[in-house]
Design a binder for this molecule. Sequence first.
Ligand SMILES: Cc1ncc(COP(=O)(O)O)c(C=O)c1O
Length: 376
Amino acid sequence: MDFEKRIKDLLDARKDKQEYRQLSLQSYPIDLTSNDYLGLSKSAWIKNKVSESYQKSFQRNGATGSRLLSGNSQYIESLEAKIADFHHGESSLIFNSGFDANLGLISTICRGENDVIIYDELVHASIHQGIKLSGVTGVLFQHNNVADLEMILKQNAHANCFVVIESFYSMDGDKAPLKDIVALKQKYQFELIVDEAHALGIFGQQGRGLCNEAGIESDCLARIYTFGKAMGTHGAAIVGSKILTEYLINFCKPFIYSTALSSHNLWSVEHSYKFILKNDIQLVKLNNIIEYFKYIFEHQKWVELIGVGPVFGLKIGDAKSTREMAKRLNEHGFDIRPIVYPTVARGSERLRICLHSYNTKDEIDMLFKVLKEMHL
Ligand SMILES: Cc1ncc(COP(=O)(O)O)c(C=O)c1O
């Protein structure tokens, strides 16, 4: 086998379709791309608190092992208890990333021949990988379409159904109809798993997420909260029952066979939670800029805008023009990335705009002007 030729052909095919990806060190001053919605990754308060923790309780740089070996600590267990408490769950288990958490959870809980995973067509790649790894049949339903979901539940009435959704979809920038989905439990039996990656810190009481906002926290088998978005740090937690945590500790491979997060990482998670508990100033700023963005962009006939904020999409529809437009916006100082297949479906390529507490009205005005000049 000529392996190099095989992978070169695949890369060339991507280039031909304008779908080639590459890492870049280029940065632009106006951030409309990162997931740091509240600016917490740069918070001086969190930085100082983490430094204080370092001074007071430093023991080791790395965790030195997985949680089941040398990587466990009283600190991580007490943090898990606080996270569970904050999210009104019985228990929580920390994972090294949201990707690990989704992949691990879904591939571990769905195992039997009679299991079916029913998922929204727009769920994150980590959920798709979890489904693949589980070996269980996956059936997709149309994005946020409760009637479609109901039809699939009806067709699978004799199976053990697991419904997997996100509460806020980070590409279309819209919310799941959580209450309507939970209402289906009155007619059909299923377990609900909700990925709250992009809702933590932004929605619900003190940023508790959309399950909190909708009052459906206790209706979920598991909720996934990731720390790499609005919390400005890294890692994730699965919130659920005590027995679910016990089961994951015993069976979930990405949890069992991976070095635990470092103390530094855990301190930043703890202080980010403390920040959002005490402080809503960043959220107020974010909501103000979202309102301003909507005021400027909504009802404009020349642009197809999707999303409710903090994520919006400007639909362009093909990879080549999306890339070209992103490039021109970059030249004006906007950090905006083109979102193309396979991240989104072909034909729905878009410019993705993430707003932050630190974006200004002047930046939004300038974006509007530049886009209009490009005859979008
Ligand atoms: C909905 C969703 N779930 C999970 C993840 C993965 O989280 P992490 O970046 O912590 O691996 C992401 C990241 O983009 C996401 O958008």
